[in-house]
Design a protein around this ligand. Structure first.
Ligand code: PEP
Ligand code: MN
Length: 262
């Protein structure tokens, strides 16, 4: 079902005013984690002003250490819904277990994180929903494995899957992960599904987000998902890779120039 051989036309996914897989790249932006009403609503209004079409924000956080901030969980979803109401932006947030699904009724796009890309039982359950799924590539997954995970969702009847490259594990330590830009044309030739790039988790460094964003757009990505925080130095998660709203505004302008030149 994910293969272009059996479905030659591009899949286009619409949520609110946002079109994913259409002519123009879609920009998703927001903090790694929802931290407070002031934070999520403030960032939502800022990124909207700069041209983001979808708001991101984690409520359930898959942290490496159990002693790190685990997210505001159900309260985080409530605050995201507040930000959705205030800004009018559709929202995307990560699910970690199918028991959390009832909390996602008003969430527009459900994110499956890199660590859950091969949680096949979760994928099967999400295949029974009617919500678009943002499926992130696993830390050490091949593109074939990513597409098979999409297949798990699609075989349940849910064909609205967005593929996301977020960097993979290599021997390189200068960046958090290694951004595999070549996956964009490879996935687009193998599949009709939209392909977006997450330069924040791919690099782990705020100053690398702009150049990798421009490169992803130049390589034909259908969109970007970017971490933006009102005060990166004090962020509860991933501050070192988060852009300020002002830096995001600059980045959005430079992305527009690259997109216009294609
Ligand atoms: C995230 O988007 O907040 C996240 C945890 O990403 P990943 O699953 O790609 O690590
Ligand atoms: Mn993050």
């Amino acid at each position: 079902r994910a293969s272009r051989n059996f479905h030659p036309e591009d899949t286009v996914i619409t949520v609110g005013d946002a079109v994913i897989g259409g002519k123009e790249p879609v920009i998703i932006a927001g903090p790694c984690s929802v931290e407070s009403e002031e934070q999520i609503c403030g960032v939502a209004m800022d990124v909207k002003k700069s041209g983001a079409k979808i708001l991101r924000g984690g409520a359930f956080k898959p942290r490496t250490s159990p002693y790190s901030f685990q997210g505001l969980r159900a309260d985080g979803i409530k605050l995201l819904l507040e930000a959705k109401k205030e800004s009018g932006l559709p929202i995307v947030t990560e699910i970690m277990d199918i028991s959390q699904l009832p909390l996602f009724d008003d969430v527009d796009i459900i994110q499956v994180g890199a660590r859950n890309m091969q949680n096949f039982e979760l994928l099967k359950e999400l295949g029974k929903t009617e919500k678009p799924i943002l499926l992130k590539r696993g830390l050490s997954s091949t593109l074939e494995e990513l597409l098979m995970s999409a297949e798990y969702i699609m075989s349940g009847g849910n064909e609205q899957v967005i593929l996301c490259e977020r960097g993979i594990r290599t021997f390189e330590t200068a960046t958090r992960n290694t951004l595999d830009l070549s996956c964009i044309p490879v996935l687009q030739s193998l599949s009709h599904l939209p392909v977006i790039v997450d330069p924040s988790h791919a690099t782990g460094k705020a100053d690398l987000v702009a150049p990798m964003s421009r490169a992803a757009i130049a390589a034909g990505a259908d969109g970007l998902i970017i971490e933006v925080h009102n005060n990166p130095a004090c962020a509860l998660c991933d501050g070192q890779q988060s852009l300020t709203p002002a830096a995001f505004d600059e980045l959005k302008k430079s992305i527009d120039k690259v997109a216009a030149a294609l």
